[in-house]
Design a protein around this ligand. Structure first.
Ligand code: PGA
Length: 220
């Protein structure tokens, strides 16, 4: 199975999402899991575009708390009924701008799994071991892990494949034999190299353009 994940971050309003889906066409994709992660506010709109369940719906984050008095947070329970199957957790932008800790990420993993959402845990070289150590042992093997080096994200400086493969071994040693995907300046030109050698790609910038994202899907 190859995972092809679009992370739209805080981009795209109602009109822009309509325009994206007017171009994006997807045939049934055996052995490919196409996952679109819009902002929370667009989940409902994006879910209406999924004729025939061709793609899966994901979120970019989830509250580290259960449902309750946590103003502004979106809990796993809030997502019930939207058909959300995946949640990106611990993205480096969350760690950097929202000061998320390894323990908070671990709490998110637990809440995802409790609610039948598969967590996609993002890690960078330096904290693979620390992040895995914070996650409950029984949860580790239920994660997908995305290797995302900070300097590669949104910069056009994708990581050399050789380094990605080395880090993937470290990830598997810490998390068990989970699917490991690569993220960081993936584009239609370099996607095949990662897709041939890893379990998939997490795509930010290039997923904003439906043609580019379709080309990345076709490369797998
Ligand atoms: P990028 O973002 O493709 O723009 O580098 C990747 C990510 O942050 O997941």
């Amino acid at each position: 199975m190859k995972y092809l994940i679009a992370n739209w971050k805080s981009h795209k309003n109602i009109e822009e999402i309509e325009a994206w889906f007017s171009i994006f066409k997807l045939d049934s994709q055996p052995n490919k899991e196409v996952i679109i992660c819009p902002s929370f506010s667009s989940l409902s709109q994006v879910s209406t575009k999924n004729n025939g369940d061709k793609f899966k719906l994901g979120v970019q984050d989830i509250s580290p708390f259960p449902a309750g008095a946590y103003t502004g947070a979106v809990s796993a329970l809030n997502l019930k009924g939207f058909g959300v199957k995946y949640a990106i957790v611990g993205h480096s932008e969350r760690r950097r701008y929202f000061h998320e800790t390894h323990q908070e990420v671990a709490n998110k993993v637990a809440l995802c799994l409790e609610n039948k959402i598969t967590p996609i845990v993002c890690v960078d070289d330096e904290y693979i071991t620390a992040q895995a150590a914070a996650i409950e042992k029984i949860h580790l093997k239920k994660c997908i892990v995305a290797y995302e080096e900070l300097g590669a994200i949104g910069t056009g400086h994708n990581q050399p494949l050789e380094h990605v493969l080395k880090i993937n071994q470290v990830i598997k040693a810490n998390f068990s034999d989970v699917p490991v995907i690569y993220g960081g300046s993936v584009n239609p030109t370099n996607a095949k190299m990662y897709l041939d050698n890893t379990d998939g790609v997490l795509v930010g910038t290039a997923s904003l353009d439906p043609q580019d994202f379709m080309a990345i899907i076709a490369a797998s």
